[in-house]
Design a protein around this ligand. Sequence first.
Ligand code: PGA
Length: 261
Amino acid sequence: MEVIIRPTEEAAAKLTAKIIADAINDKPEFKLGLATGATMEAVYAELSALNKANKVDFSQVRTWNLDEYVGLAPEHDQSYRYYMNKNLFNNVNIDKRNTHLPDGLAINEELEAAVYDESIDEAGGIDLWLVGIGKSGHIGFNDPGTSLASRTHVAYLTNTTYEQNKIYFNPPESMPRRAFTAGVGTVLDAKKVVQLITGERKADIAAAAIEGPITSMISSTALQMHPDTVVILDEAAAAKLKLRDFYNEVFMNDPKWEAYR
Ligand code: PGA
């Protein structure tokens, strides 16, 4: 696991977007895993700007998102399909037929989840999955207790996640308590994982996720077992990391990061 700390949220998001854009430029038929949430808005704004400036081409890119609320139609303004269209897909030259999210209205949930995993496998797997982290330590909606080998499934959300996300709903109590989520195992199958963590409110969970023991109580800790994970934080989210100075030394001196400093 590589850890990169940038001074601000903006710099962290820009670095994240550059890593993704460079990877797409290396392999135009890219299979990209995506996440939603407040943290990612700056990444998608930057990718949209890079696309507008002809610095990254999404025409052959295919995407799979981590999750979608059960019961929300794509047009619902809190559905993750709506979020993705608004923050990224409407702003870049991607073919929307190449963008995948679980169908929140699927009648047969088990089938929908199985077909989602199959569609990733049939495409040859995800090249890079962009993930965030929730206050519960989740990646996707894999809240505490979820198997670290889980595949795509419907999860019942914990109170921590409900409290974190219900503020976006009107009324807050209308937030669905269940959601489709790619499993921890689904994410671990990606060739590369890039995790973005920003803000003081994430400092405790970031330290536990990056430097604590691997546990299903914090599904993000499973990324410690992934052979190619880069975690990008701003100073505020990195405040409680024990090896902060070491991570900074590596970033400033390892030639592989030269183009990103
Ligand atoms: P946030 O959500 O970016 O809105 O903090 C991240 C998450 O819950 O995974």
